[in-house]
Design a binder for this molecule. Structure first.
Ligand SMILES: C[S@@+](CC[C@H](N)C(=O)[O-])C[C@H]1O[C@@H](n2cnc3c(N)ncnc32)[C@H](O)[C@@H]1O
Length: 264
């Protein structure tokens, strides 16, 4: 997925505008702080934090994707942000500098760990005592019409998919509140809070929405085993469904998020 996220970076940034503002607001980073962005991808939020913490602070982005992290580094250099470091690593095993971070943040980058308790325990080792963990993850697919509407439109046109294991690493693996609470508790976090938040999606129009939906989220996997003809029919059906659901300004659909916070 890394290459498509790089090529669609501008679209993804636009589409996630509300997600970013809601989650950066909750993170409440301050000048001078040390921030770790887990699964920072192409660097949208990493760069935002670098600007907020300023030259007296520092940010570390961790990601397993070479193309995405390269792009994040390129963007940081282009913006002249000297307080950004990027680590190509699995956050589950990366040797974080002990008790370094005031804030650990993630926009959709923590649902893919092979062993989430091990990963969050490792991440906590890099946080100061009392440091804040803030991340956003998706609630269930039915609570995310932005993903559900295209999937329901495409499904009749493509080969059936076996049911997915809801606990396997993946974008909906943190959909259940009790699971997230349990994992974070086991990893040693306290004052865990999950706030259900519905966030509008800001695709500018149907074309931009299609660019996102066909590259990111659950649709690409559904189309993977389809013939060209099935794929074309499915994509046409998705475009019609999106056009019927979103207004001329691109709005009208939302994603259901958990805004998760905890203390180390
Ligand atoms: C859905 S993308 C989100 C990217 C970015 N945070 C954003 O919102 O644009 C998930 C990101 O998590 C990264 N990722 C997945 N597993 C990871 C792991 N174990 N350690 C670090 N990064 C990981 C992926 O490479 C990808 O960049």
């Amino acid at each position: 997925m890394g290459h498509s996220w790089v090529s669609q970076q501008a679209v993804i940034s636009d589409v996630f505008t509300s997600v970013t503002s809601v989650s950066l607001g909750a993170a409440a980073a301050k000048p001078g702080e040390h921030v770790i962005d887990i699964g920072c991808g192409t660097g949208d939020t990493l760069l935002a934090f670098a600007k907020i913490v300023g030259p007296s602070g520092a940010v570390l982005g961790v990601d397993v994707s070479v193309p995405m992290l390269d792009f994040a580094k390129h963007r940081a250099a282009e913006a002249g942000l000297g307080n950004v470091t990027c680590a190509l690593a699995d956050a589950m095993t990366y040797a974080f500098e002990p008790r370094w971070a005031d804030l650990v943040y993630s926009r959709f980058g923590v649902m893919f760990f092979d062993d989430p308790v091990k990963a969050f325990t490792n991440i906590r080792s890099g946080m100061k005592a009392g440091g804040r963990l803030v991340f956003v993850c998706f609630r269930t697919m039915p609570e995310c019409p932005w993903f559900r509407v295209p999937i329901e439109a495409a499904r009749p046109h493509v080969p059936p998919q076996p049911p997915a294991d809801p606990l396997a690493p993946g974008m909906f693996s943190f959909a259940r509140e009790e699971r997230v609470r349990g994992l974070l508790t086991e990893a040693g976090f306290r004052e865990i809070a999950l706030k259900a938040t519905d966030v509008p999606i800001h695709g500018k129009d149907v074309t931009q929405s299609m660019a996102f939906i066909t590259q990111a989220g659950p649709l690409p996997a559904l189309l993977e085993n389809a013939s060209d003809e099935q794929r074309n029919r499915a994509i046409e059906a998705v475009r019609d469904a999106l056009a019927a659901s979103i207004g001329a300004d691109g709005r009208g659909l939302h994603v259901g998020l958990w805004l998760v916070s905890a203390l180390a």
